[in-house]
Write a protein that binds this ligand. Structure first.
Ligand SMILES: [Zn+2]
Length: 352
């Protein structure tokens, strides 16, 4: 039996330098016909490139209304839904980082309006996924499954100006797929979950091409292209399963446990999952572990507990707490009875 898609896949992925300057042409090339656009961003992203985007669309006689997203929370989603209801745009453009894209994606999905993702950073796979992470009333991030973006447009000249920390977080989130894919295969082998193997192959394609990249550097356009393609594939893998499963396993559970036990904090999602992946891949005896450690050194990815502002004792507590997060999702953490002594040994062995 062929795969029944749980969510529609994005229709296009465009990457290039200064392509947002010719946005209208690009959108028409992908058969999008529209008269009115809702452009969502934040104060910073509107300063970076909101002007040229609006001008390009308005020069083509498209009506553009710009609104600022202040946070990825429920009031912002409701506010954007109200705007969509009042203005009835044919197209919603999300121009920003994770917060803007998540709010735009969920509100557009709820209102059944075509959504295009134009990330200003490559910090996680939300640029293309059907998942929107929105904080609830208690300020806890909750993942919502919605429609994936209709298209993803990456302007290299914009994303390369993002802080290094953001690009590295994207790399960490990408590499963490190797741990997530291992866990999903383990769950399948143990008869705990039925997994679409195609989704797992698509999910691991991104990190494997990063590991194979000759002389990786976050300042190299081709490397950023490889990262953007990988993050997009990760989103597509999630569309196939209709869940975050192909890109979220034990390493994401550890990251969520860090959020629960040690918030507020400065580290980004991808930094946490990327560092946690070193630990979970060691537990898994994952064959890519040595390559990942070597790769992190090459791109100076900060892979230590110190970077997470966690002591060894706190990390041990986090690992035990991670087992209680999404217990239905079977990973190496549920598969093994792990002792404090073993956790300490892995930290030492991997240089965490
Ligand atoms: Zn992630």
């Amino acid at each position: 039996m062929a795969i029944q898609l749980k969510t529609d896949l994005p229709s296009f992925f465009e990457i290039g330098e200064y392509n947002t300057v010719h946005l209208l042409k690009l959108l028409h090339m992908h058969h999008l016909e529209f008269k009115q656009v809702l452009l969502l961003g934040d104060h910073k992203t509107f300063l970076i490139g909101g002007g040229p985007i609006s001008k390009n669309l308005e020069d083509g006689h498209i009506k553009v209304s710009r609104h600022v997203v202040t946070n990825s929370d429920e009031p912002n989603v409701r506010h954007v839904e109200d705007i969509i209801e009042q203005e009835k745009p044919d197209l919603v453009l999300g121009f920003g980082g994770g917060k803007v894209l998540d709010v735009a994606k969920l509100a557009a999905g709820k209102k059944n309006t075509t959504f295009i993702s134009i990330p200003t950073t490559l910090s996680n796979d939300g640029i293309s996924s059907p998942v929107a992470v929105i904080k609830d009333k208690k300020n806890i991030p909750v993942s919502h499954i919605t429609k994936a973006p209709y298209g993803i447009i990456v302007d290299i000249s914009i994303v390369k100006k993002a802080p290094e920390k953001h690009i590295k977080a994207g790399i960490g989130d990408m590499i963490s797929n190797l741990s997530a894919v291992f866990d999903a295969r383990l769950a399948h082998k143990e008869g705990r979950e039925t997994i679409t193997s195609m989704a797992l192959s698509v999910s691991e394609a991104g990190p494997l091409s990063l590991l194979d990249f000759k002389k990786p550097s976050i300042h190299n356009n081709d490397f950023l292209l490889c990262l953007a393609q990988g993050l997009t594939k990760s989103g597509i893998a999630m569309c196939i399963t209709g869940s975050s499963r192909p890109a979220s396993g034990s390493e994401h559970k550890i990251s969520h446990a860090i959020d629960h036990l040690h918030s507020p904090r400065d580290t980004l999602h991808g930094e946490q999952t990327g560092i946690a992946a070193i630990f979970t891949m060691a537990l898994q005896e994952n064959s890519y572990l040595d390559k990942v450690i070597e790769f992190y050194k090459e791109i100076t990815f900060p892979h230590t507990l110190e970077h997470l502002s966690l002591t060894i004792e706190q990390f041990i507590q986090v690992v035990h707490a991670a087992g209680n997060i999404r217990p239905e999702r079977y990973t190496i953490l549920e598969h093994m009875e792990i002792t404090d002594k073993e956790i300490r040994e892995i930290i030492k062995k991997t240089g965490l």
